[in-house]
Design a binder for this molecule. Structure first.
Ligand code: HAM
Length: 440
């Protein structure tokens, strides 16, 4: 039986046109985060499994991690997320780094998930984290950065909503207001995290089942639902409205409003899966009716660096996957057509392979990306190849051209042909390239 040409389930092949699209997204991302002073770092794709056992969360570790035993008997995982790795790196240089540390990375991550729209088994994830700021200035900067990155993709604020909540607030609600014990509160937070995937009756049945008889009789379920159904701070039960954890959230929302970011909402049902978040958490939702889902998420996690035996460092960050970003850009028609990196295609006419090397070398030295047709086929076939590859210009190199130093250049889009010396050819093609660059 022939081998399958399909990639591994839930993973992607990147043909050049796919990779171009991804490179475009990463270019915009890099420019946006570097504009805020973030520096790029990286880490190994393999990590000891124990790195994720402490705080990543049961679902990811037990059900979604690609883990194996290496030849030396060590338990290893392919990284399902970057946050533990970056925390390890900061902890390793805890004393030497200049704070606040602003770092970003775009790692390829693997999770054994059920592949579906927006969710694959491998994805690339922008991670942006700021280490060393305990106040909400950190959250403010991170959300401002997210917003300005989406603007750099030409998104309008009506296309996305930034949702906020606080783990401290949820903790207070579950344990003090509703009166659940530690174990119940943990299970309830996981249930709320899945709330929007369940129908309401199913959700209610499970909430009910999690509470003890006495708690139910004391109105725990109703109390919880009153909070979860609130869409604004003022819709929360009076008694919980002034809890200290909400003050930071409110202040930050005011600051964001001040910066013209009005598409921010408080959402008490927002949980985020990971156990390491300690306070404000956020997600950005795509408002498109066909894709009304979360496309990035993050929050404050002040405890991870300290797990490595050093003094803790307050941290805020987020992850943004290439799959959800591409869906967002495609649905909102924000993805430009990305031209090939090849500027021109040299068509060789006659037996000129050897003498053509000199002008070819000159064109490349002048900075052109030039592919040369070395097949000796008829001119028509060579032109067709250039067209199929989406290359904009063809340069014809035959005996006459080489002896006169004047080459025919054809614009495959308009069909116009001109004859010029090398310098002029180069400037025509470079002008076109700059025009294309200016488009994005
Ligand atoms: P996360 O919510 O698991 O957070 O992932 C962040 C983003 O990565 C998601 O919103 C989504 O865009 C993308 N993503 C996650 N899993 C998949 C998947 N299976 N397929 C496609 N895209 C996916 C974290 O990973 C945190 N470590 C983020 C963070 C950084 N928090 C603080 N710093």
């Amino acid at each position: 039986m022939a081998l399958s040409t399909q990639p591994y389930k839930g993973a992607r092949d990147f043909y050049p046109e796919d990779k171009r699209k991804q490179n475009y997204m990463f270019d915009v991302i890099r420019r946006s985060v570097e504009a805020f002073g973030y520096e790029e770092y990286d880490a190994p794709i393999l990590e000891p499994l124990e790195l994720y056992l402490a705080k990543t969360g049961e679902e990811i570790v037990n059900e979604q991690t690609y883990a194996f035993t290496d030849r030396g008997g060590r338990q290893v995982a392919i990284r399902p997320e970057m946050t533990p790795s970056v925390s390890r790196m900061v902890a390793a240089k805890r004393q030497e780094l200049a704070y606040p540390v602003r770092w970003y990375s775009i790692p390829n991550l693997w999770r054994y998930e059920r592949p579906q729209r927006g969710r694959l088994r491998e994805h690339w994830q922008l991670n942006v984290d700021i280490f060393g700021i305990a106040g909400i200035e950190a959250e403010h900067e991170i959300i401002l950065l997210v917003d300005s990155m989406l603007q750099a993709f030409k998104a309008k604020r009506s296309m996305y909503t930034i949702k906020l909540n606080s783990r401290k607030f949820t903790d207070y609600i579950l344990k003090e207001y509703v009166g659940l014990n530690e174990v119940q509160a943990y299970s309830m937070s996981k249930l709320i995290d899945r709330m929007h995937k369940l129908d309401h009756a199913q959700f209610l049945a499970q909430v009910d089942a999690l509470c003890a008889q006495s708690q139910r009789e004391n109105g725990a379920v109703e109390q919880l639902l009153d909070v979860l159904h609130a869409k604004r701070f003022t819709a929360l039960p009076q008694q919980v409205q002034s809890h200290a954890s909400l003050l930071g959230l409110k202040k930050m929302m005011d600051m964001l409003e001040g910066a013209g970011i009005h598409n921010v909402e408080f959402d008490p049902t927002l949980m985020r899966g990971f156990d390491y978040y300690t306070d404000i958490i956020f997600e950005v939702f795509d408002n498109h009716p066909d894709n009304n889902r979360s496309m990035l998420g993050g929050g404050r996690y002040d405890g991870l660096v300290g797990l490595f035996g050093v003094e803790p460092v307050p941290t805020v960050g987020f992850g943004f996957g290439d799959v959800t970003l591409a869906n967002f850009l495609e649905l909102h028609e924000l993805l430009p057509t990305i031209p090939t990196e090849t500027d021109a295609y040299a068509v060789l006419v006659g037996d000129v392979f050897t003498p053509a090397q000199k002008p070819i070398a000159e064109l490349r030295k002048a900075g052109l990306n030039l592919a040369v047709d070395v097949t000796g086929r008829k001119i028509g076939a060579q032109f067709q190849t250039a067209e199929k590859k989406g290359i904009h210009y063809v340069i014809i190199i035959g005996e006459n051209e080489i002896s006169s130093g004047q080459y025919t250049i054809k614009n495959l889009q308009t069909g116009t042909e001109e004859k010029h010396g090398i310098d002029r050819l180069v400037s025509i093609i470079k002008d076109y390239r700059h025009l294309e660059d200016d488009k994005d």
